[in-house]
Design a protein around this ligand. Sequence first.
Ligand SMILES: [Zn+2]
Ligand SMILES: [Zn+2]
Length: 355
Amino acid sequence: MPAINPLSNPKSIKLNCELCGKVAYIQCQFCRVTYYCSKEHQTTDWNGIHVKICQLLVPLRTQAKLLGSEEERRNKEKDIRRNQKALLEMTRTEAQKHLHESNFELAIPAALQSLRFSMDLNGSSSIDLVPSYLLLGEASIGLNRYPQAEEYLSLAKYAVLKKPDCSHAMRSQLHRNFGKLYASLGKYDEALEQLAADIYYSSLAMGPEHEGTTGGYYHMGNVFVAQEQYESALAMYEKVVEIWYMTLNEAVRTLEDTNVELIDEAVTAESLQMLQRILKIREEHLGVIHTATAECHHILGLLYRYMRNYEKAREHTVKALELFTETAGLDHPSRQIVQQSLNYFDQFQEHNGYL
Ligand SMILES: [Zn+2]
Ligand SMILES: [Zn+2]
């Protein structure tokens, strides 16, 4: 964290805070091209994104006179666009990472920067701004700033409406975020409508059994829990569990046999959150000793194996085995599948020197 540099700002030039847009009084002393209304906003911007882009902003924001031939100027402009594109990608990835870690406060500055780069590259009303609006909307929902979230999501919706050939994946993300917003506001019917549309579009984009569709089912389940409609909630969660079971089975085998990762880290973090909550709700509403609870432990075991957290993996798999034995008996097919999975896990660990 750099020291604050009080700003000697001639009254005629109005400088705005990088984060909130209010009048700025301090300047980053490293790049001298970003300004802040308060130390607090400087710190948030620094931790959220600025630490990674401080020096990279200097050439983009200081308007060096473009000297040389027309060709040289064109090359220089091409360079700038290439840098902006790389920074757009990087800031979006950072924002996404903060969101997956539930660091909503830090996701805002990263998403804001991505919006600025996107506007520089594409103009202020392009469909390409939508991913940044969605990141800002999601972060704002996480911070319970609902009016702001609605504003960002409405901007995204407006851009999507103007673009009939917008991708199914983007539509799915837009509906999912509106669904989460309405759920947070207690508008459950509207939330369910949005989440149904999310499932529809994500099924078109990726296929109905793809892990990308589990978000829609999961959030629908959460809405039903909020409405105390547990039977409907459990049905939605069932779908989430079913898809994750297939996905993780394949992903674990592929990882352990070929060392290829089929699922990226951000997605596993999200699925961990989902499965842990589903386990808790199944325990509360079906019972701790139940085949559905056993099934959840089995899948969590697979997920931890995929995440290479072998201690947790063993804990959940052994628990699944115990519960299946107790509820379904030694010969039950589900129990045998868990036993086989555990045997394979033991071989893998022995082979790799973990045991
Ligand atoms: Zn500010
Ligand atoms: Zn700086």
